[in-house]
Design a protein around this ligand. Sequence first.
Ligand code: PLP
Length: 397
Amino acid sequence: MAERFTGSFTQQEPIPEDAIEAAVAVMRSGRLHRYNTVPGEVAEVALLEQEFAAMMGAKYCLAVASGGYAMSTALRAVGVKPGDRVLTNAFTLAPVPGAIASLGAVPVFVGVTEQLVIDLDDLAAKADQAEVLLLSHMRGHLVNMDALTALCDQHGILVIEDCAHTMGAAWNGKPSGTQGKIGCFSCQTYKHVNAGEGGMLITDDAEVAARAIILSGSYMLYDRHAAAPGPEAFETIRYETPNISGRMDNLRAAILRPQLRRLPEQVARWNERYLMVEAGLHDTTGLTVIKRPEAESIVGSSIQFLLKGWSAPQVEEVIARCALRGVELKWFGRAEPMGFTSRYDAWRYARAEKMPASDAVLAGLIDMRVPLTFSLEDCALIARIIRAEVSAVFQSR
Ligand SMILES: *Cc1c(COP(=O)(O)O)cnc(C)c1O
């Protein structure tokens, strides 16, 4: 009998007990809104912002309703206007171009390399088309951030980082999200901390932070923020900035604070699992694992590999055969959007030129979640199944 995996690829770990207790305490108080405090009290959301800023080495932090909201707020805070073009990755998830479109701005897609990062040559070629890059560290792959920063500085491009998959990752020891003007994070269930929904942004720029805080729906209560610039930063901004409510609430913040404290430990556990799957896939004929650069500290919450040059029916066969043995793979080469997975040419509200080199990468790109509910034995088993099925289909080509 062929081995079969019976676990769930979408099952995350339970919320830790101390986080549950903190959530219950917030509910008992009835003060769920971040600005509903008693004298002398600092709200859970303000504490979360302070703790995340400290952890990241950032001056300012704002917690909001979602990662998508963090990105659209970041774009607004740096002055992107309707009709402006914004550079972004062709290989990412739908909320990224969606954040750009939510402002009435226009995404300009930049290609993806076989290392699954933004193509710096393509970025250089398109650099004169926009003043802002919404850089998505899709599936945790960090581009050479030194080269990217140099290129963007040279062309006067402001960088906003989408760190939905890189919370806890670093480039040359510098935390992901601190290289650009603003770093945006998601606290949604499938990311690295789980509040159901939620987002955070960090920046060292007082003006940007002040604008983001007013945008998020602070009314004139910005002095209740603990990781914010002083009142002088709000002097004119408070009159000029619309209130587009998207605050985080104390319940989510209470759930997140204990999880953030555990993040380094969780990152280590993710990476053990990632390395176990990767080791099991190594040297499989027809399958290319993605080599991670030395400078990159990863968070292995998902793994990708390439079936280079395979036809669509052959890729479909691998996916179907793995599915029969309980292994859920996602494919970025599929012509039609499916589940969470879609391609730049599926986002028809934004016209995109065809990118043949990127299409060739996406055509063979397989993606798999690695939740922490998997044991190391699970990871070894999953790798054995993928290896066997890829080999079987490869031999019948
Ligand atoms: C999940 C995700 C987001 C957005 O986060 P939400 O909190 O779901 O809005 C942004 N970028 C990427 C790459 C994501 O996977």
